[in-house]
Write a protein that binds this ligand. Structure first.
Ligand code: DQA
Length: 155
């Protein structure tokens, strides 16, 4: 399977307008185009999805099972408190890498906690948009049955 899903959570549709000092001046469309181009260059298929709604994100994760070799997920602020998204990640075998554009550890204390990271295959923070490409590279490298720590990649 050669398809990967990019999921961006709440307020990431505001990239470019939202706190440019933290997130930069590029838009969500710029981010998605950058990722799609990377997909073309590396010969993988990419689907991008964004929602401000917790249930939509949960459904996207659930429905990815059997459809994608991996998910790159930026859950936005849900990272810090959504047990429902955590449970969705834990309920699928498709590996999920959590990405944050900003360095959450240099920011407010509530952002230092991720309830989703313990069930993700890995986490990348603070590397801007490059984090999404790096997450895809890690997923591609692991594709074909190798294991992330504690989570078998069956796709
Ligand atoms: C974020 C960090 C979160 O704390 C924040 O709520 C976001 C974006 C990031 O990509 O840096 O919405 O996930």
């Amino acid at each position: 399977m050669n398809s990967y899903l990019i999921v961006n959570g709440p307020n990431l549709n505001m990239l470019g307008k939202r706190e440019p000092g933290v997130y930069g001046s590029a838009s969500l469309l710029d981010l998605e185009n950058e990722i799609l181009l990377f997909g073309e260059e590396t010969g993988i298929e990419i689907t991008c999805f964004q929602s401000n709604h917790e249930g939509d994100l949960i459904e996207a994760i659930q429905e990815a099972e059997g459809q994608y070799a991996g998910i790159v997920l930026n859950p936005g602020a849900f990272t810090h408190y959504s047990y429902a998204i955590r449970d969705a990640i834990a309920s699928v075998t498709v590996p999920v890498i959590e990405v944050h554009i900003s360095n959450v550890h240099r920011r407010e204390e509530f952002r230092h906690v991720s309830v989703t990271a313990p069930v993700a295959a890995g986490q990348i923070v603070g590397l801007g948009f490059a984090g999404y490409r790096l997450a895809l590279l890690a997923l591609m490298e692991k594709q074909g049955g190798e294991e992330f720590e504690g989570r078998k990649n069956t796709k």
